[in-house]
Design a binder for this molecule. Structure first.
Ligand SMILES: [Fe+2]
Length: 333
């Protein structure tokens, strides 16, 4: 299948599975009156089951984060000075369950096979799929996804667009590489923000891989909150939660707490800490009445936080074979 027709297939598949925002809201409003009430969920190992009242069609999402693929070819030779450290970072890993030796290629293939077997409706990739923007690795992922036939979502992580030591601000380097090599994974969507409507649930993907939120992304969130349809939020870096020493919107984030900029050879985090837009985004996310949950990665551990009644999950690194299986189940399910 040609690239263009593959993209069309995915787009059509997504549209066919989904409903309009209004239709999505109607599904939930048939069985209960506004204001919207968040639904129950349970967690069993790496399977999260939501039980939205009035949902008529189940939805299964497989979330993959932090695979850290590092394969490269001749085209990457001129970038070796920037890819050297990360190309050795995840060569051999241990399986998150068995402890057996593993590697990112095998780990990614295994989770795609599982997604096909379990008939997933969406594969959601939440960043650091790559350890640097290697053309060979990006093309390999594209082909693998194409072969699954499953609609997919991709949002970048802080390593996906980072060649260590390359000159430029984090924001400018992200803009360059998401528009260049990573572009094929976005299927024509804006790399910074996109929404997918699937079986009555809206999935928002927002790129916060610089730890910061852009004004347009805050407006994008507000638009979806105003519409009132139930949604989940997918991003690379988890939102700051009380007790955590990391996160997007962490008031202590900034130059003083940046201990890795030398090792990662990147721009240091700003002296003044997070922008007002990022802090506003954090506050508004955790007061969004129709937000069912946040799904992130980045920290390479599986965690759950609850902030103002809104759950946030992080997926363990797929470099170790890990993933999250997120089910939205109907009453009959
Ligand atoms: Fe990572």
């Amino acid at each position: 299948m040609e690239r263009r027709s593959f993209l069309n297939t995915l787009f059509i598949a997504s549209a066919g599975l989904g409903l309009s925002q209004n239709a999505s809201a109607e599904i939930f409003n048939k069985s209960k009156q506004p204001p919207f009430r968040r639904c129950d969920f349970s967690v069993d190992d790496n399977r999260i089951s939501y039980f939205p009242e009035g949902l008529t069609t189940p939805l299964k999402i497989i979330q993959i984060s932090d695979t850290h693929l590092w394969m490269d070819d001749m085209r990457g030779e001129q970038f070796i000075q920037y890819s050297k450290r990360m190309s050795k970072a995840y060569n051999v890993t241990k399986h998150f369950r068995t402890g057996e030796p593993l590697n990112p290629v095998k780990a990614f293939e295994e989770v795609l096979d599982m997604a096909v077997k379990r008939k997933a409706d969406l594969i959601a990739m939440t960043g650091d799929i790559f350890s640097f923007p290697s053309e060979a690795a990006i093309e390999w992922v594209y082909e693998k996804l194409k072969n699954t036939g499953i609609p997919c979502l991709y949002i970048s992580g802080n390593h996906d667009w980072h060649y260590e030591g390359m000159e430029g601000s984090s924001q400018s380097l992200r803009e360059i590489w998401t528009k260049k090599r990573l572009n094929i994974l976005y299927q024509g969507n804006d790399p910074m923000m996109a929404s997918y409507k699937l079986n009555g649930i809206t999935v928002l993907a927002i790129d916060n891989s610089t730890y910061e939120i852009l004004p347009g992304q805050l407006e994008f969130l507000r638009k979806h909150v105003r519409e009132g349809a139930p949604f989940i939020l997918m991003m690379h870096i988890p939102m700051f939660a009380p007790g955590r020493s990391y996160g997007c919107g962490d008031p202590s984030w900034g130059a003083k707490t940046d201990t890795s900029f030398g090792l990662e050879r990147r721009e240091r985090w700003p002296e003044n800490g997070p922008s007002q837009v990022t802090l506003d985004f954090h506050r508004e996310v955790f007061s969004a009445p129709s937000l069912l949950g946040i799904f992130a990665g980045h920290i390479h551990r599986q965690t759950i936080d609850m902030v103002s009644g809104i759950p946030q999950f992080t997926a363990d690194a797929n470099a170790t074979g890990a993933y999250l299986e997120i089910d939205f189940r109907t009453a009959k399910d």
